[in-house]
Write a protein that binds this ligand. Structure first.
Ligand SMILES: Cc1cc2nc3c(=O)[nH]c(=O)nc-3n(C[C@H](O)[C@H](O)[C@H](O)COP(=O)(O)OP(=O)(O)OC[C@H]3O[C@@H](n4cnc5c(N)ncnc54)[C@H](O)[C@@H]3O)c2cc1C
Length: 240
């Protein structure tokens, strides 16, 4: 796992912090990153991202005094898209008949943003290329430059860090180590260096277990794969 920093943890009442505290039973401790949690450097000019939305807004307006309106509009669009993402993701947890009925209503607001390219949204707010480069300078966090990325993903990530960022005390491996005892106490077993070769399926096409690369087979009522969509659908499942 690669971790530079994680947002939404400095507030002990945030849902993200509550989830980590719950899963690790408080074992996982977080240190705040420095107040300037990101710095975008363009041609020798440095643009700092300070923790806290109001301070971020003020700092951007100080860097780009003629662009106050565009900066406000950008922050509003990011907040609206991130807000709409809640229902979009909640829909994925609904039972299928409910999501078939309610799904389109829960998804459409976020999809309005997610179906647009980041560069196009930013280009509709300002023609200042340096400002656009600064506001999208965190693209390494989600892996696609602004000409290719979805504004929905850009907004979720940018919004995630508005309050600043934190790092796990002891390093990224503490995230797994903090949660492992809980999994084991509830009857789970964690095995490492254990490659799944195939997800086994019933003749009706239901997942029924896994076959390991060493030939062992484990049967299960439910199989959850977090190996990624390409691996899971392309390699682990029978193509038929
Ligand atoms: C370089 C980098 C930096 C990042 N920095 C940050 C950051 O600063 N902050 C942040 O919040 N997020 C960051 N992320 C994203 C974060 O790491 C991921 O979102 C997170 O790890 C995803 O967790 P996951 O459990 O879904 O998948 P993963 O962590 O990818 O876990 C999937 C696991 O499945 C295993 N696997 C695959 N195939 C098989 C198989 N056939 N059999 C058995 N096991 C298999 C893999 O070995 C892997 O351990 C970063 C990602 C990268 C790549």
């Amino acid at each position: 796992m690669g971790v530079h920093y994680v947002g939404e943890l400095s507030d002990p009442n945030s849902p993200t912090r509550a989830a980590f505290d719950h899963l690790s039973e408080g074992r996982l401790q977080w240190n705040p990153m420095p107040d300037i949690y990101d710095r975008i450097v363009i041609g020798g000019r440095a643009y700092d991202f300070p923790a806290g939305l109001d301070r971020f807004r003020d700092r951007m307006k100080a860097y780009f005094p003629g662009e106050a309106g565009a900066i406000d509009a950008y922050i509003s669009a990011v907040e609206a898209a991130a807000d709409a993402s809640g229902l979009f993701f909640a829909e994925k947890a609904l039972p299928r008949p409910v999501s078939r009925l309610a799904g389109p209503f829960l998804r459409w607001r976020f999809l309005r943003y997610a179906n647009r390219i980041t560069a196009s949204v930013l280009g509709s707010l300002t023609s200042n290329r340096e400002l656009i480069a600064v506001l999208t300078g965190q693209w390494g966090d989600y892996g696609l430059p602004r000409g290719q990325s979805s504004f929905g993903i850009h907004a979720i990530i940018a919004h995630h860090y508005f309050g600043g960022a934190s790092y796990p005390v002891g390093g990224a491996s503490r995230i797994a180590a903090g949660i492992a005892p809980v999994i084991e106490r509830w009857g789970g077993r964690i095995v490492v260096s254990a490659e799944v070769a195939r997800i086994l399926t019933t003749p009706e096409g239901r997942a029924a277990g896994v076959r390991m690369a060493d030939g062992r087979e484990f049967r299960a009522k439910t199989v959850i794969s977090d190996a990624g969509a390409l691996n899971t659908l392309g390699r682990l499942l029978d193509p038929n």
